[in-house]
Design a protein around this ligand. Structure first.
Ligand code: GCB
Length: 556
């Protein structure tokens, strides 16, 4: 799946901006233009824009509508790309259904076949989460029960683009890089309806490196991609009537014993789990917020992130390539730890499993050419301790391995002797909150408990381990000497204790404190205006712990 780009053969028109929207009944069909509407913004979540609780918390259907026109271009076809719509949607052009979206975090790309002079685009969104959605949820009438810790934002969260491409076009490009000893090659797998295709590779400064009609190209002495040197090449694929430019990097990823190797060198992961979340925008993509996040990641000497708990926008993936931030990609399988209650006694049904696999495929289709992606997480804190969970995830992981030529992981909540799934993955990823959810406020137990935990996992699996979550809610400006929970001092000392434990073992290959920044979640007794475990506040200012991590990671 190629991202829409404009060039001599292709055009892109953005439909971002003001749209009409309305809450609608379950049987609503957009046969006629909306009469009774309110204004909303794309991309954004509607929840942080409206001022009435009823709309903000609406569970059910909502329609978004806009009108657009595009010039007629002979020998070209138009398509529509919605970057992400939360959660499910049906898409109508001039009242006629043209397609549907199955989840809130991956693009919907549809042909626009019957365009008129003026076109009415309607997106009917359903924000309900059930046992057949990702993430899953449960409904009690109109009440939405969710089992994950982030706000259930509703809206069109990423760009809406109408694009044209030639009827005879390049459909897709997959770039595989092969690095073996001194041997470096790229293999291009291009899908095209054209007869002939040729390739040119440009270096970082835009200078041509090589031209070829062959889909296997040797690049003499290539620069490799890494966080220290995020070198990107550009591939230009050219046919007689189409052209497409794709950036790529050359790198080798491998797990060897206790080590995670990038270009044959051991990696220590420093970074965060995060959320796409900001004031007023909700989950709406914003270039300014994205760049601020990456500037902060570099400032604190991070080299990696996990896209907890769903795929992030394409723009974020491009920035990760460019800034040199390694990405553990995660599919929106979060909150799958209540099999009986949510999925029934027989576990997840066939539709759930099918969709889970489909999302892994779609994510691969979207992100396969990003050098920053170095591992795939198939779920966060799932019921890996149940026999049904084992059967389910064994199949999910096998499917992921067929596609992704990368290490695979699952982020674990259960203990090393409880999980039945960690044996199938390459890297152990665990979330642990010693001194917070257990022995709350006791800084003295953290280091020992963490060390014991790391040893238990390593003794059992002999695999490298990353702490993908650990942390403490911290209210900025709250100080306490000696440190007490919720204060900035507590968060800092908490990280110090954890750091000491991680440094004791070379099989511990990384630390991702939770979370990059404070974020909105459902209201609850432990949540004072959201989850406050951020190392940065929601407006992206550092808490005291950030300075400790910056210092530590500079040396690590
Ligand atoms: C977790 C979850 C994460 C939560 C975090 C917390 O284990 O993976 O989504 O936000 O704990 O703060 O409770």
């Amino acid at each position: 799946m190629l991202y829409p780009k404009s060039n001599l053969y292709r055009t892109v028109t953005s439909l971002n901006g003001l749209w009409h929207f309305s809450v609608v009944a379950d049987d609503y069909l957009p046969h006629a233009p909306l009469q009774d509407y309110r204004l909303t913004a794309v991309p954004a979540s509607m929840n942080e824009i409206v001022t009435d609780t009823e709309t903000k918390n609406h569970v059910g259907k909502i329609v978004y509508e806009c009108v657009f026109s595009v010039p007629h271009i002979s020998k070209s076809e138009y398509r529509l790309r919605l970057g992400a719509v939360s959660h499910k949607c049906e898409v109508y052009l001039n009242g006629v259904k043209i397609g549907a979206g199955i989840n809130g975090y991956l693009p919907i790309d549809l042909p626009l076949e019957c365009l008129l002079e003026k076109n009415r685009l309607s997106v009917v969104i359903d924000n309900r989460l059930t046992n057949e959605t990702f993430p899953p949820g449960r409904l009690e009438g109109r009440k939405q029960i969710i089992n994950h810790d982030f706000y259930n934002y509703t809206g069109i969260h990423r760009d809406v683009l109408v694009y044209s491409r030639p009827k005879q076009h390049i459909e897709d490009i997959e770039i595989q890089t092969v690095v073996d000893g001194d041997y470096r090659k790229i293999k291009i797998n291009a899908k095209t309806t054209c007869e002939k295709i040729s390739y040119q590779i440009l270096d970082k400064s835009g200078e041509p490196v090589i031209t070829s009609e062959n889909s296997e190209i040797m690049i003499p002495n290539p620069a490799l991609w890494s966080p220290e040197s995020p070198y990107l090449y550009t591939l230009i694929a050219q046919t007689e009537c189409d052209q497409y430019e794709e950036r790529f990097g050359i790198r080798k990823v491998e797990v060897d014993g206790n080590r995670f190797l990038l270009n044959d060198k051991p990696v220590y992961f420093k970074g965060f789990g995060m959320h796409e979340d900001f004031f007023i925008l909700g989950k709406g993509n914003s270039s300014a917020v994205n760049i601020r996040n990456f500037e902060l990641l570099k400032w604190i000497h991070a080299n990696s992130i996990r896209t907890s708990h769903y795929p992030y926008s394409e723009e974020i993936m491009n920035l990760a390539d460019e800034y040199g931030i390694m990405v553990i990609e995660e599919v929106p399988a979060v909150g799958m730890n209540w099999w009986e209650e949510n999925f029934g006694a027989n576990g997840a049904n066939e539709n759930t499993l099918k969709l889970h696999k489909e999302l892994i495929t779609q994510l691969y289709e979207r992100d396969k050419n990003h050098p920053s992606v170095i591992m795939l997480s198939v779920a966060n804190e799932a019921a890996t301790n149940e026999a049904l969970g084992e059967t389910y995830f064994k199949e999910v992981i096998a499917h992921a391995r067929e596609l992704w030529p990368l290490p695979i992981t699952i982020v674990e909540f259960y203990k090393s002797d409880e999980t039945l799934v960690s044996k199938y993955v390459d890297v152990i990823c665990i979330n642990r909150y010693f001194g917070w959810y257990y022995d709350h406020g006791d800084l003295s137990v953290i280091c020992e408990q963490m060390k014991e935990e790391l040893c238990r996992w390593h003794d059992r699996y002999q695999k490298p381990i990353i702490l993908t979550e650990y942390g403490a809610d911290t209210v900025e400006g709250l100080h306490s000497l000696p440190a007490e929970s919720f204060s900035e001092e507590f968060q800092k000392e908490y990280f110090e204790q954890c750091g000491e434990a991680f440094d004791a073992f070379d099989f511990c290959i990384g630390e991702h404190p939770w979370a990059f920044a404070d974020f909105k979640t459902k209201q609850g007794l432990t949540r004072v205006r959201g989850n406050r475990k951020g190392i940065f506040t929601k407006d992206r200012q550092p808490k005291s712990g950030a300075f400790y991590l910056r210092d530590r990671w500079k040396k690590r």
